[in-house]
Design a protein around this ligand. Sequence first.
Ligand SMILES: [Zn+2]
Length: 283
Amino acid sequence: MNWNIGDVLVKSVIELDISVDPDFSLPDATAKNLSSDFDWLKPYFVDQDGRLKFRVQALLIESYGQKIIIDTCIGNDKKRAEPAFNELNGFFLEDITKAGFSRHDVNIVVCTHLHYDHVGWNTMKVHGEWIPTFPNARYLMAESEVKYCKEQEDDFWVKTFGDSVAPVFKAGLVDLVDCNYQITPEIRLFHTPGHTPGHCSVAITSQGKNAVITGDVMHHPCQCAHPDWLCTADTSPEQAEATRRAFLEKVSEQNILVIGTHWSAPKPVKISKHNMAWKVDIA
Ligand SMILES: [Zn+2]
């Protein structure tokens, strides 16, 4: 799956495509709740049994001579509580190389936030140690996100920081940035707090064309119709909902292409107003 935004090409490398039950992350997204007024979700975003399709992908961008990876998925060999994510042994490195992004060529790694399905390939296991996967890259992380993550004491944050964030700090590869940060003249971070305090989405602007990469502002397109449906991992549910509504308002009014980080979109999508909320339009 590729997206063209003016001179910018965005490529998707998929690590995982799964169907999940509501308790995976969106407790309100039951098959029953999805049965009415959600025809537009089929067939791409829910499966035949009404379960949510959930994608884990990295988004590869070339801009102004920089090879940029937005979010690094789950990673191989990581011990995770979520069975679908635990100790993967996939072909992500081969796949990004095929896409023209060999790990030594990557200049910039962007972490929209520090959850384990967004920072996993920051590191790889070599001789029992976690080393930076992209040794020639600067890893961009929001300063406020890193601060929050370091303050947390539960395993969910601590383990991820230990195996996927701390090693790139140790190697001196991290640039702590503001949540609103211009990466190249075409690529910019903007603050979308609520899922986590320092959560950033990514705006792409080129030749008068615009797109955004969601990060986890919305886990699934069903949240267009229900911005009030919370993700269990949202650190501030109220703020997350307010951010989603503002995000949806903006992209629908300004006709902006939306690249959903966990969305299994087969083609570029836009978002339009629908029944007092929003829906996804597949081009
Ligand atoms: Zn995520």
